[in-house]
Design a protein around this ligand. Structure first.
Ligand code: MN
Length: 376
């Protein structure tokens, strides 16, 4: 029997670019969540931990971050760690794992060749990556083990051909042939590279291929991320039992919201109640909103930025509609302001480009707001 934790794509050193002020938080959280992975392995009495690539974002990662990771490794000195470098921490002269500091971690084995490795209860078959643009099946080095006693586990980092929106072999980066399980007779293929958790059946309907996904979600487009897998295989040919263990700390939500009229603001408000505790929020606003509700929307959105670690709004597709009363002149006391208003309104009627129209509207709203403040 063998029982191990599978994890991948820690991407330590990831900039979190585009996440604004949340970038450093995301970076630090990713390191902290590693502890959750190793703790899960210890709590679950795993025989070892299998790290399936992209543990670091790139080989030039700062030594400071490397030290943080190693400090956590060293908190679990009795847990054997087997690490297959991926395409981000790719093997070669610059490889991060060539640094002297890794030689001090006695319970860590870097899988640098495709030679099989005996582990507790099983044999590992690492599929090494030496080129980021590999176009051949990476599992080609796994020998046929159908008649060989013991539990056999393939370890690879890449994309299963035909199992993602990219259908073609030649367009797949780091291709992995899903039929390798049937070809070689291995019991299980542990994969990294995809950030979402995914499993795949063999021809008999038994799950024998799995991506754990990243231990801590990296962006809004990932689903079922933030976990590691506890895999148990009782005997050669036995069905692997896979259990998901939550390791991620940050919560993410992405939502499209269709606005119809000013009452949509109430719906939006109740939605905001629902997502109160969420760390990372992406909101896409579509549909229509009358100009007079724009102020209220802006205030609501501004307040939300104070409640979340990251709150991003895409509103390019939200059409701000101009009510008929916009034609009624606003009672400005200053004639220059009145003239500016008339001018902006003329521009709006003439403008056909919705994006430009919005900018003019924004200007008009600011002008009216300003006038109100002056008068108050
Ligand atoms: Mn990768």
């Amino acid at each position: 029997m063998t029982r191990f934790v599978q994890t991948s794509d820690w991407q330590i050193g990831m900039k979190g670019g585009g996440l604004g002020e949340a970038g450093p938080i995301v970076r630090e959280t990713r390191i902290g969540s590693i502890r959750n992975v190793l703790k899960a392995a210890q709590d679950q009495n795993a025989d070892f931990v299998l790290l399936c690539g992209d543990i670091f974002e790139h080989n030039m990662v700062s030594q400071e971050e490397v030290k943080k990771v190693i400090a956590i490794f060293n908190q679990y000195p009795d847990m054997p760690l087997y690490l297959l470098p991926g395409n981000h921490d790719i093997l070669g002269a610059d490889c991060v794992y060539n640094r002297a500091i890794f030689q001090q971690v006695n319970h860590l084995t870097i899988l640098r060749t495709s030679d099989s490795v005996e582990v507790s209860g099983a044999t590992l078959y690492p599929c090494t990556v030496f080129s980021k643009s590999a176009t051949h099946d990476l599992t080609g080095t796994i020998p046929i083990v159908r008649e060989v006693d013991g539990i056999h586990i393939g370890v690879a980092h890449g994309s299963l051909v035909g199992k993602s929106p990219i259908r073609n072999w030649e367009d797949t980066d780091l291709p992995i042939d899903p039929s390798c399980v049937g070809r070689t007779g291995i019991d299980y293929l542990a994969l990294g590279h995809w950030h979402s958790y995914r499993t795949f059946d063999d021809v008999t309907g038994t799950v024998r291929i799995a991506y754990s996904g990243t231990h801590e979600q990296t962006n809004f487009d990932e689903d079922t991320a933030g976990q590691c897998l506890l895999v148990q295989i009782d005997k050669k040919g036995g069905a692997p039992k896979i259990e998901l263990i939550k390791t991620g700390q940050l919560t993410w939500v992405s939502r499209e919201f269709e606005m119809r009229d000013s009452s949509s603001l109430f719906e939006l408000k109740s939605y905001f109640e629902l997502i109160k505790g969420i760390d990372m929020v992406r909101l896409v606003l579509r549909g229509e909103l009358p100009l007079e509700s724009k102020d209220q929307l802006d205030n609501m959105l501004e307040f939300q930025t104070t409640l979340h670690k990251n709150f991003r709004v895409k509103s390019e597709s939200l059409n701000i509609t101009v009510p008929p009363q916009i034609g009624v002149p606003f009672a400005f006391e200053d004639p220059t302001l009145s003239q500016t208003e008339v001018h902006l309104k003329q521009l709006i009627t003439k403008e056909n480009d919705p994006r430009k129209k919005r900018i003019i509207l924004e200007a008009l709203i600011h002008l009216q707001r300003l006038a109100k403040e002056v008068e108050a």
